[in-house]
Write a protein that binds this ligand. Structure first.
Ligand code: UDP
Length: 311
């Protein structure tokens, strides 16, 4: 296969590049590096099956040669990042998805959209099945990401129905692992770097809001299985093991052996109170479920953060 991965120098994208290269496929990695990092793919640059193109996918995309699949992973994904780049976030979800769908259509390639659990907003049902339509504030601070991804899903379905592009939609829940930037602002890199730096862990609000965290290797396998499937409706990919943010903070303290304190900071506006995927469809349609437990995944991530100056 020859695959294009947009956002290929980001956290998820770079692990996908590794996965396809290890399979022996050819990878074209595209990124504009606003939140991605060249360091994430530097080990692949000498590989003859790997090509890196620095480009903003909101502008017209030209790729020479055949493509078998387009995986559209370009987008800021941390709340801190998409609040810093609101217009770019809207553009990459809207214009970037349009451009990458057009490219997939012209190359007769499969297309896989990286969508998100944020399409459910602050959910009123738990766990969230794909049939739940969500509870999103379009004009709140998260609206730039949530609505961009909701538009991206709509245009992906339209290209499937109108142009018969062979599309897939992954709704990705909180994922973590090596290569998350230290300053990325998401809870796991924040807590780990705070614990290792003997700084207080910053729990937002009372810490009773929940999330369900999926380790990167599980997620990558889910994406690959979805690409290989023949399923065109959205599929939740995530780990159903739900915990509160306070529980997560305690786990990070235990696993790092840190003596850091926990302090509370204001809860960001529209912060979802709970999030947990219903993965029945991934189980039945893809034969997929996560294998890496939170303690094992956190240990691997902590070790990576310990190894050097990352991010
Ligand atoms: N959070 C926290 N402390 C931090 C960073 C995040 O308590 O230093 C909380 C945040 O308010 C949210 C949860 O952790 O409830 C997950 O936040 P993250 O930014 O990782 O992603 P989200 O799931 O909100 O998109």
């Amino acid at each position: 296969m020859r695959v294009l991965i947009t956002g290929g120098a980001g956290f998820l994208g770079s692990h996908l590049c590794d996965y396809f290269i290890e399979r022996g496929d050819e990878v074209v990695c595209m990124d504009n590096l606003i939140t991605g990092s060249a360091k994430n793919i530097s080990h692949l640059l000498e590989n003859p099956n790997f090509e890196y193109v620095e480009q903003d996918v909101t502008r017209y995309i030209k790729v020479d040669g055949d493509l078998d699949a387009v995986l559209h992973f370009a987008s800021p994904a941390s709340p801190v990042d998409y609040l810093k780049y609101p217009i770019q976030t809207l553009k990459v979800g809207a214009l970037g998805t349009h451009n990458t769908l057009g490219l997939a259509k012209s190359k007769e390639a499969k297309f896989l959209l990286a969508s998100t659990s944020e399409v459910y907003g602050d959910p009123t049902v738990s766990p969230q099945p794909e049939s739940y339509w969500g509870n999103v504030n379009p004009v709140g601070p998260r609206g730039v990401y949530d609505e961009a991804k909701r538009f991206a899903e709509a245009i992906t379905m339209a290209y499937y129905q109108e142009h018969s592009v062979d599309t897939r939609i992954a709704r990705i829940f909180n994922t973590y692992g090596p290569r998350m930037r230290r300053g990325d602002g998401r809870v796991i890199p924040n807590f780990i770097s705070q614990a290792l730096g003997n700084k207080a862990l910053t729990v937002y609000g009372d810490g009773k809001q929940s999330r369900s965290f999926c380790y990167i290797s599980d997620l990558v396998e889910g994406i690959y299985k979805l690409l290989k499937s023949n399923y065109h409706n959205p599929v939740n990919l995530g780990n159903p093991n739900e915990m509160t943010i306070l529980e997560l903070a305690e786990k990070v303290l235990k696993l790092t052996g840190s003596k850091s304190k926990i302090i509370h900071k204001p809860l960001p506006v529209d912060d979802p109170r709970r999030r947990r995927p219903d993965i029945s469809i991934a189980r039945s349609e893809l034969g997929w479920e996560p294998k890496v437990g939170i303690e094992e995944g956190l240990k691997l991530t902590i070790n990576w953060f310990r190894e050097g100056e990352h991010g």
